[in-house]
Design a binder for this molecule. Structure first.
Ligand code: KG4
Ligand code: ZN
Length: 341
């Protein structure tokens, strides 16, 4: 009999629930995006996000169960993101998961949001083997991870300031492209030439797996100011393409350097920014040149969803790693909090 896990994700601005069988088969994957609400403010408003989660979560869970054709009594466990993320938002999902675990008398599993992104790759390719390097590029994180087993994940590089997705969002805002910035920059960049202007590649040469994108965002702002002051029209498509190329070159360089240094044959790319077609293509080219196995989830599993939470939860389930009903949400939960590394 298969292990059915309900996943719940409310760490930011997507209210999501999913049912996954044995960590690999998605029976339902429902995402209610709040992007239209937050667009008016140019970014996610935490208080508004929490309220929206409260309104949306029960219907989203009900839809996930009915689409999967199951009821609460069929569940083996409920898995939920308990951090990192917006505290108020996380609490909505966590309280719902606790209630379900208590009422159905099933285990509660808490999942680290960044590891959930990594598990979107196991959902995509269940035969993925360790050791591996995983790069998670999201709105809040640029985490480079070395993993040797399902319970040994080591953070080897992170952002020193803005995360990759944050840089996309801030650069897009400076260009007047609105929120969220990633998809808007990708669309515009298709019309532009990445070599039309050169933007800095922060920390590219440094012997560190850390990244820093705030200087790149400043370079975009400065370019806009300079050209406007001179009265020159700014080619936004070229700027978007140059920006995307700069971020991509840094990410590709760091990830593949880590793969070589740690002598791994497998690279995983995940998180919202991994939905970017240009980044995906550059990773594919580099992986094939170096004969490495690369796993990138389809775009819908790169951005926030609950299928990845349920998939990660499955591996916790297998080793009996359950949370007490007293567990709390942690806004800045460290990556290794759940593991002895
Ligand atoms: O993983 P995610 O959905 O949420 C967080 O955990 O943060 O990532 C959201 C981030 C946003 O910054 C968004 O602009 C970026 O992912 N993003 C993209 C693309 N789609 C989403 N960045 C670049 N290109 C895209 N196509
Ligand atoms: Zn995320």
């Amino acid at each position: 009999m298969s292990v059915l896990i309900l996943g719940i994700e409310t760490s930011c601005d997507e209210t999501a629930a999913a049912v996954v069988a044995d960590g690999r088969e998605i029976l339902a994957n429902i995402v209610a995006s709040q992007v239209e609400v937050h667009r008016h403010f140019g970014g996610v408003v935490p208080e508004v996000a929490s309220r929206r989660h409260i309104e949306a979560l029960n219907p989203v869970i009900a839809t996930a169960l009915s689409e999967a054709g199951i009821s609460f009594s069929d569940l083996a466990a409920v898995a939920v993101t308990h951090g990192p993320g917006l505290l108020g938002s996380l609490l909505v999902g966590l309280m719902a998961a606790k209630s379900i675990a208590f009422a159905c008398n099933i285990p509660l599993i808490t999942v680290h949001h960044i590891l959930a992104h990594v598990y979107a790759c196991f959902l995509t390719a269940p035969d993925t083997t360790f050791p591996l390097i995983a790069l998670v590029v999201s709105g809040g994180h640029t985490d480079l991870i070395y993993a040797t087993s399902h319970s040994e994940f080591r953070l080897i590089g992170q952002t020193r300031d803005d995360a990759a997705g944050e840089a996309f969002d801030k650069a897009a805002r400076a260009m007047g492209l609105g929120y969220p910035g990633g998809p808007a920059i990708e669309r515009l960049a298709r019309e532009g030439a990445p070599t039309a202007l050169y933007l800095p590649r922060p920390m590219l040469e440094e012997q560190s797996y850390d990244t820093s994108f705030s200087g790149l965002k400043t370079a975009v702002v400065n370019h806009l100011h300079r050209e406007r002051q001179k009265g020159n029209p700014v080619n936004l498509a070229d700027l978007a393409a140059a920006f995307q190329a700069a971020v991509t070159e840094v990410l590709v360089t760091k990830a593949f350097a880590a793969a070589a240094d740690f002598k791994v044959k497998t690279i995983l790319l995940a998180g919202g920014v991994a939905a970017n077609g240009y980044l995906r293509e550059r990773f594919r080219e580099e992986a094939s040149r170096r004969h490495l196995r690369l796993v990138i989830p389809p775009p819908a599993l790169c951005t926030d969803n609950a299928a990845m939470v349920a998939a990660a939860g499955y591996y916790h389930f297998l080793r009996g790693d359950f949370a007490p009903l007293t567990v709390n949400a942690v806004a800045n939960l460290p990556l290794t909090a759940d593991f002895a590394v």
